[in-house]
Each structure stands twice: as C-alpha cells, then as structure tokens.
Design a protein around this ligand. Structure first.
Ligand code: GDP
Length: 480
C-alpha cells in the first residue's frame, strides 16, 4: 500500500520531521504529505532499525510492466520495423516522408507542414515498414523518457548541399542516446551544389563513420524531389530491421503507444496509436494512462475504417473517455471492470502525487530562498493544437534557464486559448500566453487587452522558443 511520510512516521512512532531529516540528509526532498517510494522505505527501515514490508498494491497500476512477462513467446512472429526521420529544419524531413508515402500509396494526402505527429506504413519487397513522424527531437526524447520506445531505427536526414547544422548535432545526440541503429539519408542530391563527401566527413567527425570509410553507418544519397535513392533507403531499412530480429505476438491482447491525441468535435477523444504487441480490435476494453473505454471505431493510416490494427500498424482509436497523454501505453484487457478499476486507481494516484508535488520544496527553490528575491521567473501558459507539440514546447521551455531566470509553466493544455486562460494569466504577475497553432477568438482577445495579458501565437516551434529566449535575456539584463 502507498504510504505517506506522516503515516509512516505515525506507524513507527517517530515524528514526520525525523523521517524528513533522514531522507533530506541523503539528498531526497520530501514533505510530510509525500508518498514514500520503495527505496526510501528501505532506507528508513535501515536507519530506524525496523523491518519494512512493502505489499505490492501497485501491481494493477504497473500493469504494463507485468504485461510483458505474460506474453507467450511461442506465437511470436517477425514484426515490421518502426522508423523515425529526424534532421535539421529545411533539410527535407517532411518532403522525404511525403515522397516515401506517395511513392508507395495513392496521392491525396495533404503534404507540407507536419508540426504534429503523423505516421503510416508502406510495403517494400512484400515487407512492411512503419514511419512515425514526431514534431521534433525534443518530443522524441520526451516520449522516450516516459518509457515509450516506439522507434526501432532512426534516419538522420542531412541536406547534402548544407551539411551538418546545429539541429543535426542535436539529433545525433538524441539518436545515439536512444541506442537505435542509425541510417544517414543525404538529401537534395539533385542539387548541383550537393556534396556528399562533405556530409560524410562532418558526420564521421561526430563518430558516425560511413561504411565505405570503414565505419558501420550506411549513408544513402537520396532526393526527396526526384525520388532517387528512396528505394535504396527502404532496402537498407529492411536490412537493419532483419538484424534487429524484431518480434511480437499477434495473438496477444493489444499493447500500443499513443503517439498523438486530441479532442475532436463529434468524435470525442481521439488517440493516434502504434501497435507494439498483439492486435487491437473494435470492441476491446482498453485502458490508457488514467483514461479507459471500449474501442468504438478504428481508422487506419489511410483514414479508412477498419476492424483491427496489427503489429507495428498505426491508426486512430475512438472510445476512450478522456484525451490520453502522448507517449502513454494503451492496453486491451478482458473486462470493462478491469480497465475502469485500473484507470480509476491511476487517476487517484496521480491526483495524490499532484497534491504532494505542490507542497514540495525543490533544491532549486531552496537555493532561491537563500538568494532571496534574486530568482526571476517568466510565467507562461501554453496552449497547442495537439499533444505532441505541447509536450515538445513544454519540455524545451523548461530547459531554458540560467541562474537568474527561468521559465515557469503555469498551465499547459491542448486546445484553444480561452477566457479562463486569461483569468489564470492575470492571476500570476507577468504571465504570458503562448499559443501554438491555436488562436484566441475576438472575445478572448478583447478580454486579454482589457486585463493587460499578452498573447503570442506561433506556427513554428523554433520561433516560439526564440521569442521566449529573447524575453529571458531581456529579464536578465534588467537584473544586471
Ligand atoms: P523539413 O523542414 O526538414 O521538413 O524540410 P522540408 O521537407 O520542408 O524541405 C525544405 C525545403 O527543401 C523545401 O522547400 C523543399 O521543397 C526542399 N527540398 C526538400 N527535399 C529536397 C530535395 O531532395 N531536393 C531539392 N532540390 N529540394 C528539396
């Protein structure tokens, strides 16, 4: 059973302060309302010379972790690889994704901007390959930190006329950290100024050495414009995939990851998922984070209504009672009661955590107290059209900080900018509202003006981040 600090203190006849002191001395910051973690309980047990037995009441909550063990490996089959393309802005990520798709499926898909995650499966030599688009490498890593390892292979696209740029370097770090095999696509080879040797040399400097230079990274020259090299790229993906021996069980109950989610008019919560194990069918009872429901309808990557999604396939699912978080696992279970119980337990757990978090004093805040008044914060409210972008923006903003100033995300959510956002913003001094691919209505704009709240809207993540960085450096010079 979960136990809070003060409950634990009571149970062993100590004061909450004693418990807090022991943990504090070991660098663990807790308040009396916090739940104790397993390792903290063990430490306390040792420290106080008492025996602490932990009953595993969280078994249900941690269902995903136990889930894998229940899989019967005898019915495993090879599953298609899941590929993510990353690269510096304008190096042709979107064009490449569009070209790969259009070379394999009928046209009609809206090309152009892919700030949000979209995904699809193509067939090459009778074998399937699934591509997952992420709004950026930050979103990719933020999904990974939440345990959602959806990608098997990473393609780093580098424009052959431009070479390695700042975001290419970032992408390389994210890709290496993921441990996935990397393939380099040297794009824009149709251009006269294309210089593949320059790309190879620059990448080799980052320890991504081409196979023809004695290394182990495949460099494939491609052109997203003409389509040259794309078949080569797909073939290389299949070779890498074969080496990985990717396997899963199509007969198991489905386990999928949410790669995008939104609330759609007339459809309700929509989850864009990728199936990692089993088969998801209409009518399945599903739980996803703190949401649950029964699969009402499934559409595949072509937008067609289908009855099921198989291994590594992507599509959208209707039927959850709320919009799930990007990166969370969606799991099919036997009964409605099961999924409802798990979702409810998780929701209670999350609420309790949230409550204890708000009273928590972090180390950063502690040192801030010492510096008294020196810390400056830029409070922001973030609203975005889709969950993936929201996570990416939030993650990046929280990283923008130095000793004197940092961004404080007061509130972030998927959806339009509303009057309640204005109310919230005017409640915290200096708070600005950042909208990504969402705009305020006339009435909301008027209220913002009346209340003196600033609303900035963007359609490019980097523009948003740049503006915030500028704002922060302004605050810094004001301090100095
Ligand atoms: P992203 O920002 O990485 O998604 O890049 P885009 O796909 O939006 O491409 C940026 C620009 O480069 C666009 O104007 C594309 O038309 C152009 N582009 C992309 N691929 C190629 C290519 O293979 N050859 C040429 N000549 N232009 C390309």
């Amino acid at each position: 059973e979960d136990i809070r600090v003060y409950e634990f203190a009571e149970a062993c006849g100590k004061s909450p302060a004693d418990v807090i002191k022991v943990l504090f001395s070991l660098g663990m910051m807790v308040t009396k309302n916090d739940f104790l973690k397993q390792d903290e309980l063990e430490i306390l047990g040792e420290e106080f010379g008492i025996s602490v037995t932990v009953k595993d009441a969280l078994e249900d909550v941690n269902y995903e972790e136990n889930y894998d063990e229940e899989i019967d490996t005898s019915s495993f089959v090879i599953r298609p690889p899941v590929v993510t393309i990353m690269g510096h802005v304008d190096h042709g990520k979107t064009s490449l994704l569009d070209k790969i798709r259009s070379s394999k499926v009928a046209a009609g898909e809206a090309g152009g901007i892919t700030q949000h995650i979209s995904s699809y499966t193509v067939i090459k030599n009778g074998q399937k390959i699934t591509f997952v688009d992420t709004p950026g490498h930050e979103a990719f890593s933020s999904m990974r930190t939440r345990g959602a390892n959806v990608t098997d292979i990473i393609i780093i696209v580098v424009a052959a006329d431009d070479g390695v740029k700042t975001q290419t370097e970032e992408v390389i770090s994210h890709a290496k950290a993921s441990g996935c095999p990397i393939i380099v696509a040297m794009n824009k080879m149709d251009k006269e100024t294309a210089n593949p040797d320059m790309v190879k040399a620059q990448m080799a400097e980052k320890n991504l050495t081409p196979v023809d230079w004695g290394g182990d990274i495949e460099f494939i020259p491609v052109s997203a414009r003409t389509g040259d090299g794309i078949e080569d790229l797909l073939e290389n993906i299949l070779i890498q995939s074969e080496l990985l021996e990717l396997k899963a069980d199509p007969t198991a109950k489905a386990k999928a990851t949410v790669i995008e989610s939104s609330l759609e008019k007339g459809r309700g919560p929509v989850a864009n998922i990728i199936v990692q194990n089993g088969t998801l069918r209409v009518g399945d009872n599903i739980v996803c984070d703190t949401t649950f429901g029964r699969v009402k309808a499934i559409t595949n990557d072509m937008g067609e209504i289908v009855k099921e999604l198989g291994l590594s396939e992507t599509g959208t699912v209707l039927g959850l009672n709320e919009v799930p978080t990007t990166g969370s696992s969606l799991i099919a279970m036997d009964s409605e009661k099961e999924v409802r119980d798990i979702a409810t337990t998780r929701a209670e757990h999350a609420r309790a955590k949230e409550l204890s978090k708000s009273t928590k004093v972090s180390l950063e805040e502690m040192s801030g107290l010492i510096a008294e008044g020196k810390i400056k914060q830029l409070p922001v409210i973030i609203k975005a059209d889709v969950g993936g972008s929201l996570e990416a923006i939030k993650g990046s903003l929280e990283k923008i900080a130095n000793d004197e100033v940092k961004v404080k995300v007061v509130h972030s959510a998927v959806g339009g900018i509303t009057e309640s956002d204005i109310v919230l913003a005017s409640a915290s001094e200096g708070c600005i509202i950042l909208g990504f691919n969402v705009r305020p209505t006339g009435a909301v704009k008027a209220k913002a003006k009346a209340d003196g709240v600033e609303i900035n809207t963007y359609s490019i993540i980097y523009d948003l981040l740049d503006d915030v960085k500028d704002a922060l450096s302004g605050m810094m010079s004001a301090v100095i």
